[in-house]
Design a protein around this ligand. Structure first.
Ligand code: GRF
Length: 193
């Protein structure tokens, strides 16, 4: 069993899906031990409470540097025996402290078909660009912004009738379907090594 911690800054709909897929036995080889949020009002925290998942808000402002902030996170992850970190709408760049502690063990989901439209506005950037297709990418996290090794990608055709909200809805549908599945597959591989 792989112990995971999910990091989120916002709504947490992907976090909830990852937990529920596990409960629904769609995904069976991981255990969601912990939610870490860097924003006090992240709705992900409310979801964690409802789901009965341990949740911790860590205020970055309470630390003198990013190194100190991540050191605190590492301390908590060690206490919970976390094997993998799963980012789900975590709006902060991970630095070398955490990356070195969890090499190739931090995963992110990005709402575009990387390397197209990296950055924090992947959905609206694709929409504004007027492209005919976009997608979703699940990748390992490295020191760049959305540049780590790609684990899985899926394409989505953008219907010319869609507005931005409809595109967001369709992207989220894909995310919710693939994130638990891809994590399960990845952990299976790891276990077979
Ligand atoms: C998702 O679109 C994800 O791709 C991006 O942030 C969003 C998080 O949504 N990294 P939610 O908080 O899981 O609802």
């Amino acid at each position: 069993m792989v112990n995971i911690a999910v990091f989120a800054s916002g709504s947490g709909s992907n976090f909830e899906r990852i937990v529920k897929a596990k409960e629904g036995r769609e995904a069976s080889n991981y255990s969601v031990k912990l939610l870490i949020a860097d924003k006090k009002d992240a709705f992900a925290i409310e979801r964690a409470k409802k789901l009965g998942i341990k949740n911790i808000f860590i205020d970055p402002k309470g630390f003198s540097s990013k190194f100190e902030f991540e050191s605190k996170i590492i301390e908590i992850l060690k206490m919970e025996a976390i094997d993998f970190i799963v980012l789900a709408g975590y709006m902060r760049i991970i630095s070398s402290n955490l990356l070195n502690e969890y090499p190739n063990r931090i995963i992110n989901i990005h709402p575009a078909y990387l390397p197209e439209f990296p950055g924090k506005d992947g959905i609206s950037d694709a929409f504004e660009a007027g492209v005919k297709e976009t997608g979703v990418t699940i990748h390992f996290v490295d020191s760049g912004v959305d540049t780590g090794e790609i684990i899985y990608q899926e394409r989505l055709n953008i219907d010319s009738e869609w507005d931005l909200n409809k595109l967001k809805e369709e992207i989220h549908k894909i995310e919710h379907r693939i994130y638990p599945m891809v994590l399960t597959k990845l952990f299976e591989k790891g276990e077979n090594k």
